[in-house]
Write a new protein. Structure first.
Length: 586
């Protein structure tokens, strides 16, 4: 009776053509992800309807008023609804909403125990009367919502195998007894709108009441994110055979996303199915404890590993199942280990001809040592290996360029042909990084050019040269004549013939008098150094030089303008400053 009245009221406000088309959509099964729940005096209906073009879906929402048995509100993402909703004068019904409405009416008829509409309709007025009598303040409602919070749990089951490009993840929800999350889309929608979902006779999920632990909330938020992305993706997707991120109760974790998903789980205990066997692993954020052996056998170099090989759980091979646990190793380990996994999996060993020994030891062993801290090398091989790195740095000049030649030497240079070399690639790269920081740019293999400014050169030669000496032996060519000197200043004071002036004669040792004015100008401009024409660098931060130049500046005025030679005339009334100058000189 109630449903007939609701159906009749809805049909009255709907265009006959749209009702007919909606009925066709309903009959061919275009409605899915249907979610029906009761909120106060409303029956709320949410669904997705497949359009006439197979790759376009429309999201539907309807609200039925149980008091007057009429449609209270509708919503659809189709163009027809968007265009006509404002002009209809009542809740607008497009063909997609009609299909959803009819599907919901059918479901409600089949679930009379879950939706006792007759009783609900009769009780609405009495419920409203009670609500008025017991009307609560906002403060009461806040306190009540906090008091009624109840923590529930999520369980995770990952189903993966080595021949899959993605992992299938299922979830369960509950407190004491766990229930399958039958629709991830419905779960996300319930969290968004605060609606309830019945999962079993003894459990109804109520987002307004139920809470999760921080770990489980992170998982629920991940599900929400994937459902949203999946909905957006379906609008653009034209290939119906392409895998979806969300398929009912299944979350498909594709390729590289597995590590991110596992990171979201934190330290939560989960279940994983591999080859139809279910495990309960720990999630370990560390490198795999694997080992390698390198042996000299029958004119072959043989690389072998543990019999129990780690199993990569995705194509990127950055997540592994090993000895009952899941490992998320460092990029350094998994990027090195992937070179060997496929070959070791087939035969548990890799064999190389002795003729390739140098290449194997030079290239392969460093990769093995990045993949494992436990690499055991046969004594016959290890005694011929040289690992110790010595660095030599040669500085030279070619015209205006400063050239640096870098040499990496392992063992004794004279015996390298008789020994195997294992390069310390990390150390070599660290040395090159130091050179880059010192403004040396690599042009060709281990050949560098200085690209810094004159200030950078001054800093290098006065201070940073020790960093070069820390990473290797430094050698200078005859052409590399850069010197940093502290200016050695000699001065004398004489009385002028007319006794009105005193004369100061000064000399900066080994510096052409023509450059004095520029030196003093550089000091006045607070520069740290001055570079002479012969490439010698004068350190203007020298304490004695600074005192002398400051005193001259006081006596003379603007040094950069008033000085033209090494002889200065000073007025007698500045004799007090001359006494200071004499004390400093002595």
């Amino acid at each position: 009776m109630i449903l007939d009245k609701i159906n009749s009221n809805a049909k009255k406000i709907t265009n006959i053509t749209r009702w007919s088309r909606g009925q066709e959509y309903y009959e061919i099964g275009n409605v899915y992800n249907l979610n029906i729940f009761i909120e106060g005096k409303y029956i709320c209906i949410h669904s997705v309807v497949e359009g006439s073009k197979a790759y376009i879906d429309y999201k539907n929402e309807l609200a039925l008023n149980l008091e007057n048995l009429a449609l209270e509100d509708t919503s659809c993402t189709c163009d027809d609804y968007i265009k006509n909703k404002k002009h209809s004068g009542h809740p607008y019904m497009c063909k997609h909403l009609v299909a959803t409405f009819l599907e919901a009416i059918y479901d409600i008829k089949q679930s009379k125990e879950e939706f006792p509409l007759e009783a609900l309709h009769e009780n609405i007025k009495s419920i409203e009367t009670i609500d008025i009598i017991e009307k609560k303040t906002p403060q009461d409602m806040i306190l009540e919502s906090i008091e009624t919070e109840e923590k529930i749990n999520l369980e995770v089951l990952i189903d993966t195998s080595t021949n899959q490009q993605y992992a299938k993840v299922e979830f369960k929800i509950g407190k004491n007894k766990m229930y399958v999350l039958k629709s991830l889309s419905d779960f996300t929608e319930a969290r968004k709108f605060g609606s309830s979902i019945i999962y079993g006779k003894d459990f109804k999920y109520e987002p307004k009441k139920h809470t999760f632990s921080s770990q489980d909330e992170a998982i629920a938020s991940y599900i929400d994110e994937m459902v949203t992305i999946n909905e957006q993706f379906k609008v653009l997707q034209k290939d119906k055979d392409q895998i979806e991120l969300v398929e009912g109760k299944i979350l498909n974790i594709i390729g590289d996303s597995l590590k991110r998903f596992l990171t979201t789980l934190g330290n939560k205990r989960i279940k994983i199915k591999i080859d139809d066997i279910i495990y309960e692993p720990n999630i370990l954020y560390k490198d795999l404890p694997i080992s390698f052996n390198i042996e000299d056998k029958n004119d072959k170099l043989v690389i072998s590993s543990d019999e129990n090989m780690p199993i990569p759980l995705n194509e990127k091979a950055d997540v592994f199942f090993y000895n009952g646990d899941i490992y998320l190793p460092s990029i350094n380990q998994y990027s090195s280990y992937k070179h060997f996994y496929k070959h070791l999996k087939e035969d548990n060993s890799i064999k190389f001809d002795k003729s390739k020994a140098q290449e194997v030891i030079t290239k392969v062993i460093p990769k093995l040592e990045q993949a494992s801290l436990n690499v055991s090398i046969d004594e016959n091989i290890s005694k011929k290996i040289r690992k110790d790195l010595n660095t030599k740095i040669y500085l030279d000049r070619k015209k205006d360029l400063i050239i640096l030649d870098l040499k990496f030497i392992y063992g004794n240079e004279k015996e390298n042909k008789d020994y195997y070399i294992i390069r310390d690639v990390n150390k070599e790269n660290n040395i090159k990084e130091v050179l880059n920081n010192l403004k040396f740019e690599e042009e060709t293999d281990n050949k560098f050019v200085f690209v810094g400014s004159e200030l950078d050169l001054y800093i290098l030669l006065s201070d940073k040269i020790r960093e070069l000496k820390e990473i290797g032996e430094v050698y200078y060519s005859d052409k590399f004549k850069y010197n940093i000197i502290n200016p050695n200043i000699n001065a004398s004071i004489n009385e002028n013939n007319d006794r009105k002036y005193l004369e100061i004669n000064f000399n900066i040792e080994n510096v052409d008098e023509k450059e004095y004015k520029k030196i003093l100008k550089a000091f006045k401009e607070k520069k740290r150094f001055y570079k002479l024409k012969n490439d010698t660098i004068i350190d203007l931060k020298d304490d004695k030089a600074q005192e002398f130049f400051k005193l001259l500046d006081t006596l003379v005025g603007d040094l950069s303008k008033d000085i033209s030679s090494s002889k200065l005339k000073i007025n007698n009334n500045k004799a007090i400053y001359l006494n200071e100058l004499l004390k400093m000189m002595n």
